[in-house]
Design a protein around this ligand. Structure first.
Ligand code: IVH
Length: 675
């Protein structure tokens, strides 16, 4: 028992500490995953030993005290937190609890909503006018952030009622989550980095940091948005269901994540939808860290009531975290295709968002120094979608004194050539074009999907081909014979034949794919597309001079210079000759001279129903248009999907034509719209 008491005390102390860091300082020391584990352990022990529950246990409260600098707002109704479920069992247990509590007399259905990863706010409307907005704070008292909330363009300052709608209540407290979209978050961090300001660890911290600015002018510059998910106090006739409430809030002008709010009659369908949201979470332009399952009839919500910290009628199904805590075993340096040296942390393997991560990039020496990351440090790692996992920060409080600072080498770790730093660059480079690491990476790039797309030619086979001197550059791939492949370890006749066929099939690349495959610095897929459209053939590109290249929209002097010097290099010219001799035939592109889309700049906001964004991008590019992320004077069209962001308002302000999804599809199909 003594031990249990001590563990409970320690757990509570730790959680209090992290609550303070999270809610008050916006500066977390541990990952969400680790915090969840601490909290779960506390709940588990308290459940087993209810006599040991203390009134000040963090399980009885929601967060931490608000910051002194903001005035305080007492919520008329406490802003509760949600109980978490981490797997299917957690969801089924919730359903069983609800049904046990309600008894057999009630048939209850559920709604499932996305759980946005931002910060909770309450907006109070009196007689239809926004009077006060506040953060959750400790659940009872929050911070007054009215001036800051008003800078969010999608927050209505007054609500208007149209005829067929319900009357607007005299008092209406709307609750929701303020968040920052991923793209805006990345842009903000890039900007901060360039100004030597510390970057935000994730969009939630960025949103919290922005909303809790003492100076609302700073908030106004940050692209924040919100979705609402419920109400606090509200006068007048109440609603029947959560769904009806959401629909009405939307009619009154609030942002509601309607397309993703779905109703279900039984828990198995709920589970299926939760999984599908988790699988698709990367496709949302903002981070969702879970799904919230709510009992739909409000009368049953009332009947179920609440426990001290959370309502009995809702459950947060938490997705696998995308940030975790682990330890750096050592740091070493990788040499990339262009010779860039990248420090890489080798980690104690840890599961992050369902994937085991054992390596993470540290970007460059400057980043290491800025974040003060050392070998043997305990660190927070994160991954977002397909992006390479990265080390977010070191947990300084876990240092033992044995950690070692890391310094970048002066010689290339692969070929031993002295490394160089080019003017205006932060990265170090190995200047030797024959460096085996560079050759290997170039080969990997050459065979990759967006380039020549040679399936089955993975890292290990490339390494063996190079070790045995069978391949020294990309053209050598086309000289490989079956006997060469059969020499390799662990390759069977069938896969050797498949590989040869894949190499043969790659001999007919399109022009943009071929240009991309060459691996010219600064020439990614987009620039390769532009070059193809402009020149139409490789020969024409080879004859181009700097002036012509620079005349192409989006190609500046740096890219032009890089292309010219690559094409002028004798060994590169030889490579192209040998590829052609080996039978590579580049499919000519019909340079659609001027489709109505040529040169047009598109921006997409919201979620498209009929296709993924990548598909929409292809459609645009193949017609000579461009897709960019932020809207400006140069934008030709804004394409609007479901739950669009603040870009719609911006488009209106700038007079940019707005296309609904079906109009966009029509335009792509060639029916020119008149504007
Ligand atoms: S309902 C009493 N619905 O998650 C129930 N919360 O971990 C109040 N959140 O404090 C919350 N999306 O800040 C609800 N669709 C959603 C949500 C949501 C995000 C946040 C909210 C809440 C926290 C609980």
């Amino acid at each position: 028992m003594e031990e249990i008491i001590t563990e409970l005390e320690e757990l509570r102390e730790k959680i209090r500490h992290h609550n303070h860091r999270y809610y008050t300082l916006d500066d977390l020391e541990i990952s969400d995953g680790e915090y969840d584990r601490l909290f779960r352990r506390l709940l588990e022990l308290e459940k087993r030993y209810p006599r040991l529950i203390t009134p000040d246990s963090p399980s009885r409260r929601v967060g931490a005290e608000p910051q002194e600098a903001f005035s305080q707002v007492t919520h008329r109704q406490p802003m509760l937190s949600l109980e978490n479920g981490f797997d299917e069992k957690g969801i089924r247990d919730f359903d069983a609890r609800v049904r046990r509590f309600l008894g057999d007399d009630y048939q209850c259905d559920y709604v499932v909503e996305t759980k946005m990863d931002g910060l909770a706010v309450e907006m109070v409307y009196e007689k239809g006018t926004l009077t006060v907005a506040s953060t959750r704070g400790d659940g009872l008292v929050g911070e007054n952030i009215t001036a800051n909330i008003k800078t969010i363009l999608t927050v209505p300052l007054t609500i208007k009622q149209s005829q067929e709608q319900r009357p607007i209540p005299d008092l209406l407290e709307v609750r929701g989550e303020v968040y920052m979209e991923m793209e805006a978050f990345r842009e903000l961090n890039r900007d901060r980095l360039s100004k030597d300001l510390p970057s935000f660890a994730n969009p939630r911290n960025a949103a919290a940091g922005s909303l809790r600015q003492l100076n609302p002018r700073v908030t106004a510059k940050r692209p924040l948005n919100y979705f609402c998910y419920g109400t606090g106090e509200i006068t007048g006739r109440s609603f029947d269901t959560q769904k009806e409430l959401m629909i009405t809030l939307q009619q009154w002008g609030f942002r509601v994540n309607r397309p993703h709010i779905k109703g279900f009659q039984n828990i198995e369908d709920v589970i299926e939808y939760c999984h599908s949201l988790e699988e698709n979470r990367q496709q949302f332009p903002y981070e969702i860290d879970g799904a919230v399952i709510k009992v739909n009839p409000l009368i049953l919500q009332t009947r179920l009531g609440q426990k001290s910290r959370s309502p009995r009628w809702a459950l947060a199904y938490k997705f696998k975290p995308t940030q975790e805590t682990t330890k750096i075993i050592k740091i070493d340096v990788q040499v990339g295709r262009t010779g860039a040296l990248t420090p890489v942390a080798h980690l104690e393997p840890v599961e992050v968002g369902g994937v085991i991560v054992s390596r993470a990039t540290l970007h460059n020496q400057e980043e290491i120094e800025k974040k003060d990351i050392r070998e043997l440090d305990t660190v927070i790692v994160q991954r977002a979608g397909d992006v390479i996992p990265e080390v977010v920060k070191a947990v300084i409080s876990k240092r033992t004194g044995n950690e070692k600072e890391f310094v970048m080498p002066t010689l290339c770790p692969v070929c031993g050539t002295g490394v160089e730093k080019r003017e205006g660059e932060v990265v170090l480079r190995c200047p030797n074009p024959d460096c085996p690491a560079q050759v290997k990476e170039s080969l990997k790039y050459f065979v990759s999907k967006g380039a020549m797309n040679i399936d089955g030619l993975g890292d290990k086979i490339i390494a063996q081909l190079m070790d045995r001197d069978l391949v020294k550059d990309a053209a050598d791939l086309y000289d490989l014979a079956l006997e060469d492949l059969l020499q390799l370890d662990k390759i069977e006749l069938k896969s050797a034949n498949n590989l040869l066929r894949a190499i043969e099939n790659s001999k007919k690349p399109t022009l943009p794919k071929f240009i991309y495959a060459l691996g010219i610095r600064h020439v990614g897929e987009h620039i390769a597309d532009l070059l193809s459209t402009h020149f139409g053939s490789l020969e024409k590109l080879q004859q181009a001079d700097k002036e012509e290249l620079s005349s192409i929209n989006e190609i500046g002097p740096q890219i032009a210079e890089s292309i010219i010097s690559w094409l002028a290099d004798e060994s590169n010219r030889r490579l192209i000759r040998r590829l052609i001799e080996a039978g590579v035939r580049i499919e000519s592109v019909s340079t659609v001279p001027s489709s109505p889309i040529t040169g047009k700049v598109f921006v997409i906001t919201g979620i498209l129903n009929s296709m993924k964004r990548s598909k929409a991008k292809d459609l645009i590019i193949h017609r000579g248009g461009r897709l960019v992320s932020s809207i400006g004077k140069g934008t030709d069209y804004l394409v609007v999907g479901e739950s669009p962001g603040s870009k719609v308002q911006k488009a209106r302000d700038l007079g940019v034509p707005v296309l609904q999804e079906d109009e966009f599809i029509k335009l792509m199909e060639g029916n020119i719209l008149a504007f």
